[in-house]
Design a protein around this ligand. Structure first.
Ligand code: NI
Length: 189
């Protein structure tokens, strides 16, 4: 049984999210070697708490200053974000992404490390991702659209890439409330 009782955790905490400019966001995160450890569960609990508190669609460990290849994401249908649909809540460790076609799609993104801004970012439309859950069980999914976009955004954080580094047209980058409603009505991740 991998899932720990909450008693084993020290207090779960909302952690500060690093903002663009902090050099820790540019680092390459390290592979997780050991699963089902109290440290890994504690990290994920803090990430969940932080993402929930900030109403985010996803969070990568480097965003709270932990240089490990751990991302979480998930998103329920929300009337505030009609474009996004829903993405199942997922904890993904040591992810690998493989595009399933050449198709690239441009759409708006936001990021908890770049608060208040949105940009139009090109991403693979279809991809397969693999990785592990916190117990070390393999995960494999083929996805497209917003789900594929969120995974690419989060996995970029593990390689020190923030979405503004992928923007091709800087006229499509700006403050959420100054851009189109489509851009404003998007969660940050
Ligand atoms: Ni982000």
């Amino acid at each position: 049984m991998c899932v720990p009782s909450s008693k084993k955790w020290s207090a779960v905490a909302i952690r500060p999210v690093l903002k663009m400019g902090d050099p820790r966001l540019w680092q390459q995160a390290r592979t997780v070697d050991f699963f089902a450890t109290p440290e890994l569960h504690a990290l994920i609990a803090d990430m969940q708490e932080t993402m929930l508190h900030l109403d985010g669609a996803g969070l990568a460990a480097p965003q709270i200053g932990v240089g490990l290849r751990v991302v979480i994401f998930g998103f329920e249908d929300n009337p505030r974000y009609p474009e996004a649909g829903s993405v199942p809540y997922t904890i993904l460790i040591n992810p690998e992404l493989t595009p399933l076609s050449d198709e690239i799609e441009e759409a708006w993104e936001g990021c908890l490390s770049v608060p208040g801004l949105r940009g139009s970012v090109p991403r693979w439309r279809h991809l397969r991702y693999t990785g592990f859950d916190p117990c070390g069980q393999p995960i494999e999914r083929s996805v497209d659209g917003f789900h594929a976009r969120v995974v690419q955004h989060e996995c970029d954080h593990l390689d020190g890439i923030l979405y503004p580094m992928r923007i091709r047209d800087f006229r499509l980058f700006g403050f959420a409330d100054a851009l189109s409603p489509d851009a404003e009505n998007l969660p940050e991740d």
